[in-house]
Ligand binder design. Structure first.
Ligand code: ADP
Ligand code: ZN
Ligand code: ZN
Length: 725
């Protein structure tokens, strides 16, 4: 009887054999339900064999093989195997991560036409013209009409529950649109490329269809998206599929719309973790069957099977969200590059602030480089200036210069953004009389004051409670929020500028995608004068009336212990500064600092990313940090710190016994934030100057670690190429 080898999502570095009477080689790559322990698991068949590794009599039969969808092809299996090997994660866990949950459970997957494109019907145009009684349906139609058609039904649904869409279709206000109609409706011709854009597009196209990794280093507002769209158009015209990765779900709606408008005739599929199971499975199957032309998504989209793959685009390639920080700690950007090589197609990594790894590769000719130095629309880059706050009296953190600049923008009817990467009202509540501070009971972190809903909340474990009226330690009634977060700045700005509409944009204000879209719409419509925002505001957005960005509280990152902190700060400030003056109005960036002569700020003021990168890389070279070395971090956590450290010491001994030449093994140390959600955490760093040395060692060592008995409740994970050390 045939035997199937199944990758299961269990923390063991092996595959499992089962009997399957009707299995054949055709079933490799299919999802399967199997008995496991006392329960049932979903896995993937990675091989069909005639002989088992163990006694056949002990094997159990599979429960069900999912044959409703095509099996995952060989190149996809090679992709997940690579990720499993490189990140030293069990194959079954990589598969579980890469496959949509619905598909893995072998849920039924409905056909391809389940998410049709919709356009305005004649009755809909009529309804918009006629002065009707306001209704839910009409409100939805009016909201839709703000954007250019077509709209995917799933996207319409997301705006308004679900019932209203059916209602609109029944009334004929919306109609299913044929591709041909949409082409006619699609917004005007594509813009003429700027000279720099044209050069970049030509260079990348001229290099041909084979593998090549490109860095598209274009300043904020230089029109990188237009370059992506032209390259995508070329691939589509040749009947190829395009994979387009974006860092965050929050960025997808805008881009989706742009892509759908440009390629009305193409089937654009989005894949991200915010989708319902059904929609995610459907998108995945469309990619797999070759019916999707463009797959647009966040990091997990890098696992979409693409039989006709012709091009990979990675927007904002520096963004930390490409790296998964739990479970299988893969970098979607790095996997994308591997995948491009495997598929022999070009990959374009785009950014205004590339990661130093990528920038370094581009300088060393491992990646080809295209530079966009000019903004596409705006004449100039924003003027960046430091406000030296050392001798200034600040008003709730705001300097007179920044206040005056905001005032000026208000008078001109332009928008300002105050950027502060700290949400909440104040980072801690404290008692001036006894020194009590609001600590999280479960983490080595403070509880943040949230005045809007009157809570003390931990930003790490999420626990929260009410704000006490008196000091829990000494009873003093005069306890005070210490320091500043977005809510506090928002409150002060509202007092200072009562005539202005102040809008806070952070994760508390935009909890859902819908809230986020509505905030974006308010800003874009000019419904806000002063924005107070965190890094959410730093990414990818284009607000033509935004001409001033004020940065407060940035100095804290100048002296952080993490060697990547300056890189992150520079990227963040350059990105957020890049929101200013993107339209026809000139922009200004004001940075409040006590270190106005710090080289990081000087390079920033000159928009000189390359000078910053050279400086930073010189430091990393002399200190022996990546990209000049390769790192892996073994982390362990347990209720007691001793258990975590003891495990790492043991792991270290095992490592020392078999360490190859050139491998450096450091001492186990508690993590900087030692306690998180009642667990104590420690880490062990391994390093080598050659990737091969590190990788060769890790394979054996990790296999050994899996065989160790560990303290109860101890967990460990390996992080290859860690972003946080
Ligand atoms: P980036 O991603 O490089 O920061 P975007 O792609 O968002 O920049 O482009 C910035 C702005 O310039 C957008 O409003 C875009 O529509 C516009 N734009 C880009 N290329 C052109 C072009 N060739 N002609 C006119 N406008 C353009
Ligand atoms: Zn007290
Ligand atoms: Zn906590």
């Amino acid at each position: 009887m045939p035997i199937v080898r199944v990758a299961l999502p269990v923390p063991l570095p092996q595959v499992f054999d089962y009997l399957a009477s009707d299995a054949s080689a055709e079933d490799v790559g299919r999802c399967v339900k199997v008995p496991f322990g006392r329960g049932e698991r979903n896995g993937l068949i990675v091989a069909v064999a005639s002989e088992a590794d163990v006694e056949v009599a002990r094997l159990k039969p599979v429960h069900h093989i999912q044959r409703d969808v095509p099996p995952l092809p060989g190149d996809w299996l090679a992709l997940v195997s690579f990720v499993s090997r490189y990140y030293h994660a069990p194959l079954g866990e990589v598969v579980a991560l890469a496959l949509p949950p619905g598909l893995r459970r072998a849920d039924g997957v409905s056909g391809d036409d389940a998410d049709p494109l919709l356009a305005l019907g004649a009755a809909g145009s009529e309804a918009l013209r006629a002065a009707r009684r306001p209704s839910k349906a009409l409100a939805l139609l009016q909201a839709l009409a703000q954007d250019t058609p077509p709209w995917r039904r799933s996207a319409v649904r997301e705006r308004e529950g679900g019932e209203a869409v059916g209602d609109l279709l029944r009334r004929g206000w919306l109609v299913e649109a044929a591709i041909g109609d949409l082409r006619r409706d699609a917004t005007g011709p594509q813009p003429e490329l700027t000279a720099e854009q044209g050069e970049a597009v030509n260079a990348i196209l001229d290099a041909g269809p084979g593998f090549r990794a490109w860095l598209l280093h274009g300043v904020t507002g230089s029109g990188k998206t237009e370059v992506y769209l032209r390259l995508a158009a070329n691939a589509l015209a040749q009947g190829k599929q395009v994979l387009m990765l974006v860092p965050e779900i929050a960025l997808t709606p805008q881009l989706e719309r742009r892509v759908a408008q440009r390629f009305a005739a193409a089937n654009v599929v989005s894949l991200h973790s915010g989708l319902a199971d059904g929609a995610r499975s459907r998108g995945f199957v469309q990619a797999l069957s070759g019916h999707a032309d463009i797959v647009l998504g966040t990091r997990l989209a890098v696992f979409a099977p693409l039989p006709r793959l012709g091009l990979i685009l990675v927007d904002e390639e520096h963004d930390a969200s490409y790296k998964q920080q739990e479970g299988v700690r893969y970098s979607a950007r790095d996997v994308a590059v591997w995948r491009a090589r495997q598929g022999d197609v070009p990959v374009v990594l785009g950014s205004a602030t590339p990661s130093l790894e990528t920038w370094y590769h581009a300088r060393n000719d491992r990646y080809a480089l295209q530079v966009l130095n000019q903004r596409a629309v705006a004449a100039t880059m924003p003027a960046v200036r430091c406000i030296d706050v050392r001798r200034l009296k600040l008003d709730e953190g705001l300097s007179p210069g920044l206040k005056a600049a905001i005032e000026q923008r208000l008078a001109r009817g332009e928008q300002s953004l105050v950027f502060l990467n700290r949400r909440g009202y104040a980072p801690v509540l404290s008692c001036p009389s006894c020194g009590w501070v609001s600590r999280c009971p479960h983490c080595s972190a403070n509880l943040v004051v949230h005045l809007v809903d009157r809570r003390l909340r931990c930003h790490h474990c999420g626990c929260d409670g009410g704000i006490p009226h008196a000091c829990p330690s000494c009873g003093n009634q005069d306890i005070q929020p210490f320091g500043r977060g977005t809510q506090r700045i928002e409150a002060r700005l509202a007092e200072l500028f009562p005539q202005a509409r102040v809008l806070r944009v952070d994760r508390d204000a935009a909890r859902t995608r819908k809230q986020w879209e509505s905030l974006l719409a308010t800003i874009a419509d000019g419904g806000a004068d002063i924005l107070v925002g965190t890094q959410m505001m730093a990414k990818g957005h284009d607000f033509p009336k935004l001409t001033l960005v004020g940065v407060i509280g940035a100095d804290a990152s100048l002296h952080a212990a993490d060697f990547r902190a300056p890189e992150r700060l520079f990227q963040q400030l350059m990105q957020v500064g890049g929101r200013a003056g993107r339209g026809t109005l000139p922009g200004e960036v004001l940075i409040q600092t006590e270190y106005p002569a710090h080289p990081l700020y000087l390079h920033l003021a000159r928009h000189d990313f390359d000078a910053f990168a050279r400086m930073e890389l010189a430091e990393r070279r002399s200190a022996g940090f990546p990209p000049f070395t390769y790192q892996a971090m073994l982390r362990a956590d347990a209720p007691a710190l001793d258990d975590a450290v003891e495990f790492l010491r043991h792991a270290r001994r095992l490592a020392e016994e078999r360490a190859p030449e050139g491998l450096r093994i450091y001492d186990p140390v508690p993590m900087r934030m030692t306690r998180l959600a009642r667990r104590e955490r420690a880490q062990l760093l391994l390093e080598a100057d050659q990737r091969g040395v590190l990788q060769g060692f890790l394979a054996d060592w990790v296999a050994l670690l899996y065989r160790q008995r560990t303290a109860r409740e101890l967990r460990w994970q390996l992080d290859v190429d860690p972003l946080e050390v």
